[in-house]
Design a protein around this ligand. Sequence first.
Ligand code: ADP
Ligand code: MG
Length: 411
Amino acid sequence: MAIQSLEALIDAIPLAGKRVFVRADLNVPQKNGQIGDDSRIRASLPTLERLLAADARIILASHLGRPKGKRDPSLSLAPIAAAISKALEKRHPTKVHFVDDCIGEAVSAAVDRLPAGEILMLENLRFHAAETENDPEFAKALASLADIYVNDAFGTAHRAHASTAGMVPFVAEVAAGLLLQSELDALSSTLDPERPFVCFLGGAKVSDKLGVLEALIERADTIGVGGAMAYTFLASRGEPTGRSLVEPERLDDATRMLARAEERQCQLLLPIDHVVSRSLQEGAEAKVVSTIPEDFMGVDIGPQTAARYAEAAAQAHTILWNGPMGVFEIDAFARGTERLARAVAASDARTIVGGGDSLAAVNKVGVGAQIDHLSTGGGASLEFVQGLALPGVVALDRDQKPREKRTKGAP
Ligand code: ADP
Ligand code: MG
């Protein structure tokens, strides 16, 4: 695949004074008007700094939340512009201007006025339904703002939207941002992994991770299943699951996957003991069992399971982990996830952890710095790991003909 890196772009073209459209993923969680976890802001800084150092004029665009094509003041990017300005203060101080739309005359005028080495942040792209509809006129209007397009929004790369895919053919020069590039480099190692390749999958639902689990059964040597999804697997084998979260409509899928794993000699490990509770409340009584009683629900993997998974992590050469092993938000149900986080961090393997809650868990334990790659991508990471082509990545590849449909196979 021929995707130009940011460094190659900077080597090839003097960027001073050029209008560079940066599609970032600044979809940060907000609560009562305050920014929650700011990791997406921090992750977008290296590309911005690199372009500022090259004296480009940066047009910064993102979506925020799901405004469904309508203006929603609570989802304005204005506070994010202020946060970026603040975050850059100590690293590369510059002015971050804001304009309250993303296309139109006022926006073009603001771009014309933008000095080199400064940033103009556009308003939430999804205030226009045309963004998610990938409307060609809207895409052309966005493209008309820029000489160069840089995509750093890995978290949205699995969506064929105007700002991630539609506008790209209409801009003269394109490149992958540093964050997007690092995601592609790291996640590629799961497509042709150094073995043993050990995966841990957990989280709330089998249905969220069905696709990735199916793909990993074909590629992994060992998969440790935890979280609520483990109980659908146990139930499919006829084991008691009490009041655990089981997805009845996924039982057949679970049976099929267990059979396929056996056929392929992929070790699919399920919990052999459990932390169970009667409720999901902080302070609720918890106990360790090997068989889940009728009126209890499984809320974490038990200590023996955690030890077994930790052992698998220690033997791995490549580790991919997505989804917590239990309801880690509650302290008494967090031990399994914590134990696995420490084991993954301590492993000599190349380690990749993805998923919003999984990253939160790893950071809660304080071992984030010992993980080789923390993937901010969520759904995009899962699709990439499955081997699906991501529209936002395909669009950057100028050697490739645009695809009609997304196809399985190496991206
Ligand atoms: P990620 O964000 O890392 O992809 P998910 O969103 O798939 O992870 O899953 C995280 C959620 O799964 C957490 O909120 C956690 O509380 C929940 N969860 C994990 N184990 C269980 C369980 N046994 N029962 C109910 N919920 C669970
Ligand atoms: Mg989540």
